[in-house]
Design a protein around this ligand. Structure first.
Ligand code: ZN
Length: 330
């Protein structure tokens, strides 16, 4: 199977964790390939999620100007094109990009405009998800969800809670998720990755959360798997990222097949293309190699993801048609 040619949907993808060396070099010619390999790409095996996401700090340092935010966005679309991604939801935390002259509103506006141009330039449909982070205060979290509301008629489509779930509780973010529910904002949240099933149980108390970033540790609790299946909650699964951040020892230990076989809606994602040094095509190749996935499994994963996309129904239908026709032509 030519994994590059398979049409793909990717719902879980961090902008600041997916910068190619080519783009880094353009932003700062003093950064060598060697430095990039050691500092932008996370170690193949990290001890914790906290260690894994440290690599993002290097990218964030560079993403503080209009020019660089646009450049990084365009760079990501080049990578998506190579992977034949037909629909992507790209996420980032606007409050992390205000170390220069930009305020949070300007940050969102710059990235949204860059995505708008890339959508037509690369022929890839896309939306943005704005992230709050576990270590943020309640005020910062509310400020972020209010940005989603402010930009709701643009390509900004949803709200996410990211960062280190093991180090910080949900408390500071409850009000933000309540605000999202009151304003019918699409929500996803990182949970059930560094922390176990209890972290998933906690976040799905808010009905606005229709997807979970990772959520794979629900596999440890059959009652929770049942709830997730019955409520149709979609899991954005990123197998390589989970192995790298030490949630699982090896790829073959990952419950991705168990969750799919049980009938939970789940899709396949890279999470962080640079930190994990991976493309989505490579992730598909690993699934085929380790779990024997075939075209029908990839078909199901992509249909699940398109159904769970933060998009109006009509656009989902259009994308599903494109997906079907590209699948039939492989
Ligand atoms: Zn993530």
């Amino acid at each position: 199977m030519d994994f590059n040619k398979l049409p793909k949907t990717e719902l879980h993808l961090h902008l600041d964790c997916s910068i190619s060396y080519d783009a880094v070099r353009k932003m700062n010619p003093d950064i060598s390939q060697e430095y990039y390999n050691q500092n932008f790409i996370s170690p193949a095996k990290c001890r914790t999620l906290g260690e894994y996401i440290k690599g993002a700090l290097e990218g964030i340092k560079l993403m503080q100007t209009r020019k660089n935010l646009s450049l990084v966005t365009d760079d990501l679309f080049k990578q998506l094109k190579k992977d034949n991604v037909i629909y992507a939801e790209i996420r980032f935390a606007p409050l992390l990009h205000t170390q220069g002259d930009l305020n949070p509103e300007e940050v969102v506006s710059v990235v949204e405009e860059a995505v708008f141009h890339a959508v037509s330039g690369y022929g890839i449909e896309a939306r943005l998800i704005l992230c709050t982070l576990r270590h943020f205060t309640a005020e910062q979290s509310l400020e972020t969800v209010k940005l989603v509301q402010l930009f709701r008629n643009s390509l900004v489509a949803g709200f996410d809670l990211a960062g280190d779930e093991a180090g910080f509780p949900l408390d500071n973010h409850i009000a933000a998720f309540e605000y999202a529910m009151e304003n019918s904002i699409f929500c996803t949240a990182h949970a059930g990755e560094a922390r176990g099933p209890e972290s998933i149980q906690e976040i799905i108390k808010n009905p606005a959360v229709t997807r979970i970033g990772h959520g794979v540790r629900c596999a440890e609790k059959p009652e929770l798997m049942k709830i997730i299946k019955e409520r149709g909650i979609h899991l954005e699964i990123c197998p390589t990222s989970n192995v790298q951040s030490n949630v699982y020892d090896e790829y073959r230990d990952h419950p991705v097949k168990k969750l799919f076989d049980y009938g939970i809606s789940a899709g396949i994602n890279t999470d962080a293309r640079t930190l994990s040094h991976i493309s989505l095509s490579e992730e598909y190749r690993k699934l085929a190699e380790v779990f024997g996935w075939t075209a029908s499994d990839f078909y199901a994963a992509n249909v699940n993801a398109l159904n769970a996309a933060f998009l109006p129904e009509q656009l989902k239908l259009k994308l599903k048609k494109r997906f079907e026709s590209e699948m039939n032509n492989i």
